[in-house]
Design a protein around this ligand. Structure first.
Ligand code: IMP
Ligand code: MG
Length: 187
């Protein structure tokens, strides 16, 4: 039964863009880079829910120095495939970040609307430093002046799902990143 459900979901995937192995390897490299940059600093990893939960879990386990995790939920998309520019904080952080070294962990930097707004909100709370780690970067679609400090992969302008990324809340549990068949969002 479980495999039938999986194959129905996988039927909606046109092609695999990033395999599990590619993701594992790259996340390991990012973790090593962050570990080297934050020796002795006890950074707070802020996962932007829900899309970054898989990346966050894997990245955090590749970070060697002490670090903390906290979570924030924002919405910007509704159920479509392009950003509305309207961002709502649905769940705020548990701990204050004043004086802390912050690393915001996101699934994808697309138009930048969400993160541009979020980084301003967090900056206003006076952290000691703030950096951005995004698994994916889709620079062709950028509408706001924002860059990621740690980028996993630069991807083309196609709607991708899996490894945390959704379409209509589905596909987050795919272990790889794939391009959705257009029929899925055209119907
Ligand atoms: P932005 O505000 O346009 O940069 O979009 C940010 C959010 O949109 C991301 O955190 C994702 O949740 C979602 N998003 C953007 N592109 C994709 C995609 O290709 N697949 C799935 N979600 C996406
Ligand atoms: Mg999403």
């Amino acid at each position: 039964m479980a495999s039938e459900i999986r194959s129905e979901m996988e039927n909606d995937i046109e092609r695999v863009l990033l395999t599990e192995e590619q993701l594992r390897q790259r996340v390991k490299e990012l973790g090593a880079q962050i570990s080297a940059d934050y020796v002795g600093r006890d950074p707070v990893l802020i996962s932007v829910l829900r899309g970054s939960f898989v990346f966050m879990a894997d990245l955090a386990r590749q970070i060697q120095p002490y670090c903390r995790v906290d979570f924030m939920a924002v919405s910007s998309y509704g159920s479509g495939t392009s950003s509305s520019g309207q961002v709502n904080i649905q769940k705020d952080l548990t701990e204050p970040i004043e004086g802390k070294d912050i690393i915001v962990v996101e699934d994808i930097l697309d138009s930048g609307n969400t993160l541009y707004y979020l980084m301003q909100v967090l900056q206003a709370r006076n952290p000691a430093s703030i950096r951005l780690a995004t698994l994916l970067d889709k620079p062709e679609r950028r509408a706001k002046p924002i860059k990621s400090d740690y980028v996993g992969f630069t991807v083309p302008d196609e709607f991708v799902v899996g490894y945390g990324l959704d379409y209509n809340e589905r596909y987050r549990n795919l272990p790889y990143i794939g391009v959705l068949k257009p029929r899925v969002y055209e119907k």
